[in-house]
Design a binder for this molecule. Structure first.
Ligand SMILES: [Zn+2]
Length: 104
């Protein structure tokens, strides 16, 4: 089957290591593009990956946040779930830098 992303490569069945937010979730069957490397998982596998992520407590850690104003600066709200996951405490120091159109 041709890759629907790049339209050049073909999809080959492989087992790939799924990683979410830097945490390995295990190996899952997927179809991998020989050209662009994009991977595709079927509905059943996607559901299994979701289950493992939920068990590890990392499901739903990707979320929108609002940028608010504090004085002359802008502040990024870190949602409680992410703060708990990273064990962040008020008053702790963090480093940020711009990278193209985003903040890292
Ligand atoms: Zn491709």
């Amino acid at each position: 089957m041709k890759c629907p992303i790049c339209n050049i490569g073909v999809l080959k069945k492989k087992h790939i290591e799924e990683v979410m937010f830097g945490i390995p979730l295990g190996k899952f069957p997927a179809e991998l593009c020989t050209q662009c490397g994009e991977s595709f998982t079927d509905a059943e596998t996607t559901r299994r990956i979701e289950d493992v992520a939920k068990k590890k407590g990392i499901w739903g850690l990707e979320m929108k946040t609002k940028i608010t104003r504090t004085g002359n600066s802008l502040a990024v709200r870190i949602p409680k779930k992410i703060a708990d996951f990273l064990n962040l405490k008020e008053g702790e120091e963090a480093y940020i830098h711009p990278e193209k159109n985003r903040i890292v």
